[in-house]
Design a protein around this ligand. Structure first.
Ligand SMILES: Cc1cc2nc3c(=O)[nH]c(=O)nc-3n(C[C@H](O)[C@H](O)[C@H](O)COP(=O)(O)O)c2cc1C
Length: 189
């Protein structure tokens, strides 16, 4: 079952924007992150939730989507995420967040997937602009933005070919293809 969940937990970048995600649902997802592993159990992560149109509109312009798809500027109106969870690091707790935010992101996205939702981890963020737009205090380092919604795209997992190209791509029917390296390549000993 965990394999099915992980197979379904792709990076989705197009959504049914009109689909509503309640704030309580986002809080439930953050609770999964709260219960996840944290280096030295310092638990330095804090979160900003957004699921209303006005706040979503303040976040979206500061995110960069799918760098390998040069001809795609990101989701268009009607296909934007319904919600966001912004993952922050509280520098009054520690200056070093290790991989806490990656673990938190995965917990949140797997939880979202179990609820029939999907999302994308965004690290390519115009941080200064986002900080200004949401009035985020200097105490909080912006680590990741998790975009969430009801997915409106098909993602196909395939094996990296002999050319070694790992770039994801879109086919003529708009399906998103993601090459993954084979197990035989990544287990080295
Ligand atoms: C740390 C991290 C940062 C990422 N940042 C971005 C990003 O800024 N924009 C984006 O569109 N996708 C981003 N992604 C999504 C990756 O592109 C995606 O995971 C990869 O293409 C593999 O696809 P998959 O998640 O469906 O396996 C990020 C993923 C990770 C783990």
């Amino acid at each position: 079952m965990i394999r099915d969940l992980i197979m379904g937990n792709r990076s989705y970048r197009r959504f049914y924007q009109e689909f509503i995600i309640e704030r309580a649902t986002l809080a439930e997802l953050v609770d999964l992150a709260r219960l996840s592993a944290s280096a030295a159990n310092r638990q330095p992560l804090k979160y900003i939730l957004s699921c209303d149109h006005q706040r979503n509109a303040l976040i979206f312009p500061h995110l960069s989507w799918a760098g390998y798809l040069g001809d795609w500027a990101g989701p268009s109106e009607g296909e934007k995420p319904s919600a966001y969870i912004i993952v922050l690091g509280d520098i009054e707790i520690t200056q070093s967040f290790g991989c806490d935010h990656g673990i938190a992101a995965q917990s949140i996205l797997l939880g979202a997937r179990e609820k029939g939702l999907g999302g994308c981890i965004i690290a390519n963020i115009q941080r200064q602009e986002l900080r200004k737009a949401l009035d985020i205090l200097p105490r909080y380092k912006i680590l990741l933005v998790l975009a969430l919604g009801k997915p409106k795209e098909t993602v196909v997992i395939e094996t990296v070919g002999s050319d070694g190209d790992i770039k994801y791509w879109h086919d003529s029917e708009g399906r998103h293809h993601v090459p993954k390296r084979p197990l035989s390549e990544i287990i080295i000993s």
